[in-house]
Ligand binder design. Structure first.
Ligand SMILES: [Zn+2]
Length: 307
C-alpha cells in the first residue's frame, strides 16, 4: 500500500487498515462497466454522433457470456437517458445476477452542473433506470469520475448507498481527488461513512506518474505482457482491484467517428478494441490465479454487514 502512504492530500483518510493477504496475492476484484453509448465519450461531445444510428450496447451479450463462463459478477452503471431503449438488456443484466447502478442522466460532467441540477437529474435518472430494469438501484458513478463532495453527500439523500467515482490521477485535468473527509478506510480501495460506501478506482504510481491500469484507453493500449508486469507491481502494493470498462471497448463494431475529430483523439477512441474482450478475460484469469474473488459492489457491502 505504498501508493496510499505516499499520498500527501489531507482530504483522504490517512489511517490504513492492515493488509489481509500476502504481498503479491489479491483479495477482492471489482469489475465495473459504465453502461453508456459510444457517442457519450467526452471527446465526441459537440458532434452529432448519436444520429448515425450506430449502437454498441446490443453487442454486450458476448461480454455477458464471457462473464458467465468465468463465473464473474460485475457492477454496471447505466446512463439514465438510454435506460428505456435498452430495457431488455438491463433486465438481462439483472437476471444474470449482476448489480446495476446509475451513471448520471446524460453523461455530462458533474463539474458543469449546479447542485440543484444534479439532484433533479439524478432523481430522474434513478427512476428511469429502475423502471427499465424492474428493480431498485443503489449505486452511482459520476461521468468521467467528476464527483464532488457536495454531490456525493446528495446521492445519499437521494437513496443511493454507494458510489465509485474516486480516482487519484494528478496528470489528468478531468479527474479530481474527491474529498472523503469523515470517511474511514475499511480496506484497500473501500471507504465507509455511516452506512455509505465509496469504492476507489486505483492507479499505479511509477516514477511519480499515475498510470490508470484499471481501465479505459490504457487497458486497451497496453499489450497483455506489459499489463501483467504492471499488475504484478500493483499486487505487491494493493490487495483489492477495481476495473472499469465501457461497452464500446468490448466490441469491434465500426464506429463512424466524425471527420473533424483529429487523428490523436480518433486513435484514443479506437486503439485496442479488437481483441480487448480476450485481453480482459486474461486479466480476469491472472487476478483469479492470485486469489482475487470477483464480487459486485452490492455483494461487497452485504459482506460488510451494510444494507
Ligand atoms: Zn462514462
Amino acid at each position: 500500500m505504498q501508493d496510499q502512504n505516499k499520498n500527501t492530500n489531507t482530504n483522504v483518510p490517512q489511517a490504513l487498515p492492515p493488509r489481509t493477504t500476502a504481498p503479491g496475492r489479491m483479495n477482492r476484484a471489482f469489475l465495473t462497466v459504465d453502461l453508456e453509448e459510444w457517442y457519450h465519450l467526452d471527446y465526441l461531445k459537440g458532434f452529432r454522433c448519436r444520429e448515425s444510428g450506430v449502437r454498441v450496447l446490443p453487442q454486450i451479450f458476448d461480454f455477458l457470456d464471457m462473464l458467465d463462463e468465468e463465473g464473474v459478477k460485475v457492477t454496471f452503471f447505466c446512463v439514465g437517458e438510454i435506460a428505456d431503449e435498452n430495457a431488455g438488456i438491463l433486465r438481462e443484466i439483472v437476471r444474470r445476477g449482476h448489480a446495476l447502478g446509475c451513471h448520471g442522466l446524460d453523461h455530462e460532467l458533474l463539474t458543469n452542473k449546479s447542485l440543484e441540477q444534479f439532484v433533479d437529474e439524478t432523481r430522474r435518472a434513478k427512476a428511469m433506470i429502475e423502471t427499465a430494469a424492474g428493480r431498485e438501484i443503489t449505486g452511482y458513478r459520476a461521468s468521467c469520475f467528476t464527483m464532488e463532495r457536495d454531490k456525493l453527500d446528495a446521492t445519499r439523500q437521494l437513496g443511493f448507498a454507494y458510489d465509485s467515482s474516486k480516482i487519484r490521477f494528478a496528470q489528468h485535468p478531468l479527474y479530481r481527488n474527491l474529498d472523503l473527509s469523515g470517511f474511514e478506510q475499511a480496506e484497500d480501495l473501500v471507504y465507509v461513512k455511516d452506512d455509505f460506501t465509496e469504492y476507489e478506482i486505483p492507479t499505479l504510481d511509477i516514477m511519480g506518474y499515475s498510470i490508470p491500469i484499471s481501465g479505459g484507453g490504457y487497458l486497451r493500449l497496453f499489450p497483455f505482457w506489459l499489463l501483467r508486469i504492471l499488475l504484478g507491481i500493483y499486487a505487491r502494493r494493493h490487495e483489492n482491484f477495481t476495473i472499469y470498462v465501457h461497452p464500446f471497448e468490448l466490441t469491434d463494431v465500426p464506429l463512424p467517428l466524425p471527420k473533424g475529430l483529429g487523428k490523436a483523439t480518433a486513435f484514443r477512441c479506437l486503439v485496442g478494441r479488437r481483441g480487448n474482450l480476450k485481453k480482459l478475460r486474461k486479466v480476469i484469469r491472472w487476478l483469479k490465479k492470485r486469489g482475487a474473488r470477483f464480487i459486485t459492489l452490492e455483494a461487497d457491502r452485504r459482506e460488510r454487514g451494510l444494507r
